[in-house]
Design a protein around this ligand. Structure first.
Ligand SMILES: Cc1cc2nc3c(=O)[nH]c(=O)nc-3n(C[C@H](O)[C@H](O)[C@H](O)COP(=O)(O)OP(=O)(O)OC[C@H]3O[C@@H](n4cnc5c(N)ncnc54)[C@H](O)[C@@H]3O)c2cc1C
Length: 444
C-alpha cells in the first residue's frame, strides 16, 4: 500500500474474515473488524485521551481561547503526533487513515482539539510529500514525537479561495531567501515552531510562480501578528504572520527546487481534506451521542422525549448521516493511503459531505436539547459553533463542488460509450430512430 513518503504494505482487507464472536469495545463502531490492529490501537489511544483529558477541559479552553498545552503533552506522550509519519523519520508508519481515526475521536470530545492535532499533518505533509531527505530528517522526527508543532501558511488577505493569487514573495540573496509579505489565518501560528510558507519566487511565470519555504520560529524578520477572536475551534490559535526582510538559509526551499509550491500545496490539501472531514464527522458523532443521552433523560408530557416519534426521526436521520459520512471519510482516507488516482475527487467529496452533514447534525442536536441547547451551560452549542469552520477552511464547500465537478467532467471521456444511448436535442436520431435503423440494416 502507498503511504505518505513511506514504504508499502498489503491491502488491509486481503483474507478478511468476520469473527462472529467479536463485538466493538463500547458498541460505538460496529465495523471495528474492518480495521487493522494498528488502526484500532491509535484510535483507542485517542479515544482514551478524548474521554479522560479532552472532554473535561473543552469548555475551559473554549472560554479562555488559550492553547491547551496539557492536551498537547498528553497527545505527545501517547505518541499520537507520529501516526502519519514514516518509521524512518521517527513516526509509526501509518497514513491518512490513522490520522482520520485520531481526529475523529478527539473531535467527538472537542472539535478545536481535533484541528489542533490535524493541523500538524497539514503543515508537515509538504515536507513529507516533497521535502529533501535532509529536510525530512531535520523536521519530521521532532514533529512525530510532539516536541515541535507545525503550521501551514498559504492563505493571505487577497488570496483565499484563489490561493494562487498570493503575494508574499521570496527573493534569493546569496545563501539565503528573503521573504516579504503577510499570511492570514494561519492555524497553530504562535504555538508552532515550524511553518510551511508559500511565496512567489518567479512573478513572471504562470505555472511556476510559487515555491514552498520552511520558516522557523525566531528567524530574523519573522513575526506573529494579530490573533483572531473566533466563533469556534477557540482553543487553537489562528493568526497573521508577517515577513519583513525575513532571511532563511537557502536549504529551506522545499525539495530544493523552486516553482513547485502550488503543486505541493494542492497535493497537501488532497491528503489533508479527509482530516477536516474526520473532524466534522467526529463532531457530528459526538453531538449525536450527547443528543441521544439527553433525549432518554429529558421528560416532557410525562415521558422521555426519546419516546416521541419526531425526536426519534431526528435521531435516526442524524445517525444515518453520521454513518454515511464516516464511511466516506474512511474511503477517502484509504484512497489517499493507496495513492488512488481519484484521491482528489474522493478527498473533496468526503470534505463536502461530512462537513455539510456535521452542520446539519450539530444543529439538530441543539434542537433535541431545546432551549437548554442554546445555553453555554450545556456542551452542545459548542459542537455547532465548532462545526461551522469545517465548511470553510482547506477550501470552502463551494470550492469542493468545483473540484468534484471538474474531475467528473474530466472523467466523462471514459463514458463515451453511453453517448449512443442518449438522444440529444440536436442529435439526428432518437433512441427509437436508432433502433429502427438497426432493424432496417439487419433486415437488409
Ligand atoms: C479559522 C480559520 C483557520 C484557517 N486556517 C488556515 C491555515 O492554517 N492555513 C491557511 O493557509 N489558510 C487557513 N485558513 C484560510 C481558509 O482556507 C480560507 O478562509 C478559505 O480558503 C476561504 O477563503 P476566504 O476566506 O478568503 O473566502 P473567499 O475566497 O473570499 O470566499 C468568499 C465566498 O465566496 C465563495 N467563492 C469564492 N470563489 C468562488 C468560486 N470560484 N465559485 C463559487 N464560490 C466562490 C466562497 O465559497 C465563499 O463562500 C483559515 C481560515 C479560517 C477562517
Amino acid at each position: 500500500m502507498h503511504r505518505l513518503g513511506g514504504t508499502g504494505r498489503a491491502p488491509i482487507l486481503a483474507g478478511f474474515r468476520w469473527r462472529s464472536d467479536a463485538t466493538s469495545a463500547d458498541g460505538r463502531c460496529p465495523l471495528d473488524q474492518l480495521f487493522t490492529a494498528e488502526n484500532l490501537h491509535w484510535r483507542d489511544k485517542a479515544r482514551d485521551i478524548a474521554d479522560r483529558i479532552v472532554r473535561p477541559l473543552a469548555a475551559k479552553y473554549d472560554r479562555e481561547q488559550e492553547y491547551p498545552w496539557e492536551i498537547r503533552d498528553a497527545l505527545a506522550e501517547a505518541g499520537l503526533f507520529g501516526v502519519w509519519i514514516p518509521k524512518e523519520f521517527g513516526g509509526h508508519g501509518g497514513g491518512v487513515m490513522d490520522l482520520c481515526l485520531v481526529v475523529e475521536e478527539l473531535s467527538r470530545a472537542c472539535g478545536g482539539v481535533g484541528v489542533l492535532f490535524a493541523v500538524n499533518a497539514l503543515g508537515s505533509f509538504p515536507i513529507l510529500l516533497a521535502g529533501t531527505d535532509e529536510q525530512k530528517a531535520a523536521y519530521l522526527p521532532s514533529i512525530a514525537n510532539g516536541e515541535k508543532l507545525i503550521a501551514f501558511g498559504l492563505s493571505e488577505r487577497p488570496a483565499g479561495s484563489d490561493a494562487s493569487g498570493l503575494l508574499t514573495n521570496a527573493v534569493e540573496d546569496g545563501d539565503h531567501w528573503v521573504l516579504n509579505g503577510s499570511k492570514k489565518w494561519t492555524t497553530n501560528g504562535g504555538a508552532a515552531d515550524i511553518y510551511s510558507i508559500f511565496a512567489v519566487t518567479d512573478p513572471a511565470s504562470k505555472s511556476r510562480r510559487i515555491s514552498a519555504i520552511i520558516v522557523e520560529k525566531g528567524d530574523p524578520g519573522f513575526e506573529i501578528g494579530r490573533k483572531e477572536d473566533k466563533m469556534g475551534i477557540r482553543c487553537v490559535p489562528v493568526v497573521e504572520l508577517h515577513f519583513d526582510n525575513c532571511r532563511v538559509p537557502k536549504n529551506r526551499l522545499l525539495g530544493g527546487r523552486a516553482g513547485l509550491g502550488f503543486k505541493h500545496a494542492m497535493m497537501t490539501l488532497d491528503r489533508a481534506r479527509p482530516g477536516v472531514a474526520a473532524q466534522a464527522m467526529g463532531l457530528a458523532a459526538g453531538a449525536l451521542e450527547l443528543a441521544t443521552v439527553y433525549a432518554t433523560q429529558r421528560k416532557q408530557f410525562g415521558a422521555p422525549i426519546s419516546s416521541f416519534q419526531m425526536i426519534q426521526q431526528l435521531l435516526a436521520d442524524m445517525a444515518s448521516n453520521v454513518e454515511a459520512g464516516r464511511q466516506l471519510v474512511y474511503a477517502a482516507a484509504r484512497a489517499c493511503d493507496a495513492g488512488a488516482p481519484e484521491l482528489t475527487k474522493m478527498a473533496a467529496m468526503s470534505k463536502l459531505f461530512a462537513t455539510d452533514m456535521a452542520m446539519r447534525v450539530t444543529t439538530d442536536a441543539v434542537q433535541v436539547f431545546g432551549g437548554y441547547g442554546f445555553m453555554k451551560d450545556y456542551p452542545i452549542e459548542k459542537f455547532m459553533r465548532d462545526a461551522k469552520i469545517t465548511q470553510i477552511y482547506e477550501g470552502t464547500n463551494q470550492v469542493q463542488r468545483l473540484v468534484i465537478a471538474r474531475n467528473l467532467i474530466k472523467e466523462a471521456g471514459r463514458l463515451d460509450h453511453l453517448a449512443a444511448f442518449i438522444p440529444l436535442p440536436d442529435h439526428p436520431n432518437t433512441l427509437e430512430d436508432l433502433a429502427r435503423a438497426e432493424r432496417a440494416s439487419a433486415d437488409a
